[in-house]
Design a protein around this ligand. Sequence first.
Ligand SMILES: *Cc1c(COP(=O)(O)O)cnc(C)c1O
Length: 441
Amino acid sequence: MPQLSETDQEIFPVSAGIDDDGEITIGGCAVSELADEFGTPLYIYDEDTIRHMCRLFTRGFKDAYERSHIEYSSKAFANPALAKIIADEGLHMDVVTGGELVFAKAANFPAERLNFHGNNKDREELAEAIDYGTGRITLDSFHEIGLLNEVAGEKGVRQKVLLRVSPSVDPHTHLLTTTGVLDSKFGFSIETGAAADAVEQAMAAPNLEVMGLHFHLGSPIFELEPYSQAIDYVLKFAAEMREAHALPLTEFNPGGGFAVGYVGEELPPPISAYAEEISVAVRSGCDRYGLEEPLLTVEPGRSIVARAGVAVYQVGGIKRIPNVRVYVSVDGGMGDNIRPALYSSEYTVRRPQQPYASPTEKVTVVGKYCESGDYIAKDVELPVLKSGDLLCTPTSGAYSVPMASNYNMTTRPAIVMVKDSTARLIRRRETYEDLLATSLV
Ligand SMILES: *Cc1c(COP(=O)(O)O)cnc(C)c1O
């Protein structure tokens, strides 16, 4: 029985395999059959992998710190079918806009398990969150403290909140996904004294009930040490604020950012290692600063869904520039996955049919958008391709379709969820009618 290579087994969905025809299958479905039925570009999500990751996180953190829960960060991939699985697995979920809240509502996601994040929530979004009974709202600015206190007052509600602080810790990831340093739009800086002022104001706001503190360093974070460094700093701050303003630290949320393996050579620490690092840091920090151990929440987004998703494209033209490069054009690109263009993100690319066939050649897989920066993967070794071949990129489940655009007036791809050899559409492909629907002549 043919098998995925050892490194591919780490980055493809847990249910992936190779069938008797030598083709990659996901959830028991051959990739080419899904492409035939639903067209390309296509995003395939594997339900088993999503559930597997939810359980790895829940168990990993419970083993290390009993009073913990896992909050899926829905911006990594917001979809009602996914939200139902997340709810079913007992996770909490966060949203960062009114639009993401609408998706949570569409899945009947339990309101008390929701946390509303974001650095500039407006009055309508805050009102919608309160009306739905959103369990926590994480406040990010002085403007929000005042605004939420006002909106909650109008509604006769005392809203439970967390304050997002910025611990000035650099997690050594991409500049564009670094969020917890001093020079960041996110959170109240502890270093400048803004966080202390925020605690004082929020504690004095009659319609807010402060439950504790939150921070998020950035993503993806391959190192463990930035977490413990930031946790210690924030717990020290919490102890100072308990003295100064009677701040309770009932809840503590050190964010998400857990890395995933996009290419076989760069695999992250296991979830259990993050859980251990964070739990030890929380326990020893509480001990050091005389705090009671809080309820611990972590917020994985990428690491819940990235590995579950596989993008499938079809090869069109192939351009060979002798001694320079071979460009392989596919029918998707930056419109459905802007991460390579935006963050220089790397992906593994496989031909689903006979993925390890030889001879091979080094190619650059590019999209169909009118930008030279539109590519999927540079200098990847693939079997010699011809027009009409399929290509797939594993670990495409996070921050690709959620960032998809209609650039060049392309239609955004279909998404299917596979399980036990069946596939169901969870988002249909857009049509030209969809493209025209919002424009007025
Ligand atoms: C994006 C985000 C997360 C999740 O980050 P991942 O890298 O996807 O795990 C968690 N918390 C906050 C506040 C975020 O903005």
